[in-house]
Design a protein around this ligand. Structure first.
Ligand code: ATP
Length: 591
């Protein structure tokens, strides 16, 4: 297969923000791909060479990519540099330069997918003294033979910023349509959720049809996509939803990890499927010494603790354990404990489809509590009064609230889904607005006065998984301290784009635009209907959207969440409806 086919598909994807249109473009394309190449094609469509849980080492520094563009084009370095300053996107620079190339390459060979992958693997694997030169040479060789469009996407791929916006769910829809198994979409999604590997799903479908997909199982060493919680504003409603009786657990405020334990050791994965094993060697140690079986997958929250008093500390302390360097000191300075709350696999048993009490039981039998490892505190309740008591003790013990969990026969581990089998209840809910939001930075405004030379405010968005779009919801200018304001430009730089992202639906103007990537936690005073913001349009009457009023940054950068995992338009609408200041009749009269 020629790489040109892939590049043309990316270009078509980039010209639309409609998830439906993206699905049909991809479905048509997948039909033309051979089963032996589909796995790699799917990874590349997401701008990667590997499944989500394998740490991607493809990213080349911008300067190295520029060098390759100069070498391949033979244009003056200063000219290419100026273009980069103007465009801000190396893909656009490479495309322009390729179309202006000084001379056409006489011995140019069309790029095959195989050759592109070989060179990208070479770039990924380059190590040692000459690794930079080797990477530049491999990219130059591809650019030498690439068309302008191919150059754009080759450079985007090696920057690690593809920007075509094909989310996993869109790819799954396209695979289902392409192989004529739309009615089995749920099975395809489950296979993806239990394996976190869209390439394996695609290849199984292409080779063995839906039977192959159904055979994809939970496996130690391959993270399962996390089950997520819904929210409700009162304990009465929570109990009603869960049939009058439920389990309550402390909601610990730390970093969620999924631990895969086997004879080979322990691997820890974050909610974004990043490998966190090296960040928590103490947790690995605790798990190894407490586990009694052959292999298991368990989940828990790593929480910072004060070793002298035993008290749980604020989340910010554990954020230090996500750094890349100086881990030895961080382990000493910021000790953590893991509080386990679920078990997805125990020895040969896949427990994801078993009810919660059975999973909890398996966890308690398979592991032993110790100093660094505890089971989440749990109590079964049948009344709101009992629940409020448990909630109070959670707050006193330094937690952010409680998790209510269904005990019903159908209380399975709902992989990769947010649902009412788990319901969170946090201390913020006692204010007028229930809960904070995780919003995506999509734009910024140049600072004035005290913020001169920095960003003065950010344009924030929610995500709408139905349409695939990001929708603006507020301008965020408060809650920033000087350190954070100073760090912001660096944090956002690599996501800069020359205009609004093609995935963004906006009626707002901004001085700077970014691809959706950085997620910040924001508190607001109220959700209100807005003529200027686009959040939840489509779910609301024509022309209106929702806005968060008086937004304030809480200080938490949610780097455990991708942009697609931010607060959704539907969640925002639920919050709008759940506000105590919006009466039921007001909310339903409007919508
Ligand atoms: P939040 O910002 O409220 O943590 P979230 O979007 O990260 O939300 P949710 O599924 O909505 O995730 O809320 C549950 C989160 O709470 C889990 O992801 C996990 O990190 C954390 N947590 C803490 N204690 C528990 C517990 N006992 N059971 C389940 N999750 C828990």
């Amino acid at each position: 297969m020629l790489y040109e086919e892939l590049a043309t598909t990316y270009d078509r994807l980039e010209s639309t923000s409609s998830r439906l249109e993206m699905t049909s473009i991809l479905a048509e394309f997948f039909r033309s791909v051979d089963a032996s190449e589909l796995r790699q094609v799917v990874y590349l469509t997401q701008g990667k060479l590997n499944p989500d849980h394998v740490t991607e080492k493809l990213g080349m520094a911008d300067k190295m990519i520029l060098k390759a563009i100069v070498d391949a084009s033979r244009l003056p370095e200063s000219y290419v540099n100026d273009l980069w300053m103007k465009e801000g996107d190396l893909g656009a620079v490479a495309e322009r330069v390729t179309s202006e190339r000084v001379q056409t390459n006489l011995f140019s060979q069309p790029l095959t997918l195989e050759r592109v992958i070989d060179n990208l693997r070479g770039i990924e694997g380059a190590e040692g003294k000459n690794s930079q030169t080797k990477r530049i040479r491999l990219l130059t060789s591809l650019l030498h033979d690439a068309s302008p469009l191919e150059s754009r996407y080759l450079c985007r791929t090696v920057t690690g910023r593809m920007r075509v916006g094909a989310a996993a769910m869109t790819i799954l829809d396209a695979l289902a349509a392409s192989f004529g198994v739309k009615e089995d979409r749920q099975d395809i999604e489950r296979a993806f959720n239990v394996s976190s590997d869209i390439g394996t799903v695609a290849e199984s479908l292409a080779r063995d049809g839906i039977k192959g997909v159904r055979g994809i199982e939970v496996q130690v060493g391959r993270p399962v996509r996390s089950m997520l919680a819904e929210r409700l504003p009162s304990m009465e409603e929570i109990l009603k939803k869960l049939g009058g009786r439920c389990a309550l657990e402390y909601k610990y405020d730390g970093i969620r990890v999924q631990a895969h334990i086997s004879g080979e050791g322990v691997k820890l994965y974050s909610r974004r499927l990043e490998d966190l094993t090296d960040n928590f060697p103490d947790v690995v140690e605790s798990l190894l010494s407490s586990f009694k079986g052959q292999e298991a997958i368990v989940e828990g929250e790593c929480v910072p603790v004060d070793l002298k008093t035993g008290r749980l500390l604020p989340f910010q302390e554990v954020a230090h354990r996500r750094r890349k360097f100086g881990m030895e000191e961080a382990v000493k300075e910021y000790p953590v404990k893991i509080f386990l709350f679920d078990c997805l696999k125990m020895d040969d048993d896949d427990l994801t489809l078993r009810p919660f009490p059975e999973r909890r039981d398996a966890m308690e039998r398979g592991l032993e509590e110790g100093e660094g490892l505890l089971f989440s505190r749990l109590e079964i309740v049948e009344s709101a009064a009992e629940a409020e008591g448990f909630f109070e003790s959670a707050l006193v013990d330094g937690c952010e609230g409680i998790m209510a969990k269904s005990l019903a026969e159908n209380s399975v581990y709902r992989t990769g889904n947010r649902g009412f089998l788990w319901i969170k209840y946090k201390k913020d809910y006692r204010g007028d607005l229930n809960d904070s939001f995780d919003l995506v930075v999509v734009g910024a405004y140049t600072g004035k006065g005290k913020r001169k030379g920095l960003y003065g405010a950010l344009l924030m968005a929610v995500h709408d998984p139905e349409s695939g779009a990001f929708q603006t919801v507020c301008k965020l200018g408060s809650g920033f301290d000087d350190v954070f304001l100073g760090e912001l430009p660096g944090m956002l730089e690599q996501h800069r784009s020359s205009g609004p992202s093609h995935l963004l639906s906006t009626r707002m103007e901004a001085d700077h635009w970014f691809e959706p990537a950085i997620v910040l936690e924001v508190m607001g005073a109220e959700v209100s209907v807005s003529p200027t913001h686009t959040a939840a349009t489509g779910l609301l009457p024509e022309g209106s959207g929702l806005a968060v009023r008086f937004p304030r940054f809480t200080g938490k950068v949610r780097d455990d969440k991708s942009a697609e995992q931010a607060t959704t338009a539907a969640e925002l609408l639920n919050m709008y409806r759940g506000q105590t200041s919006v009466s039921d009749s007001e909310a339903s009269a409007k919508f």
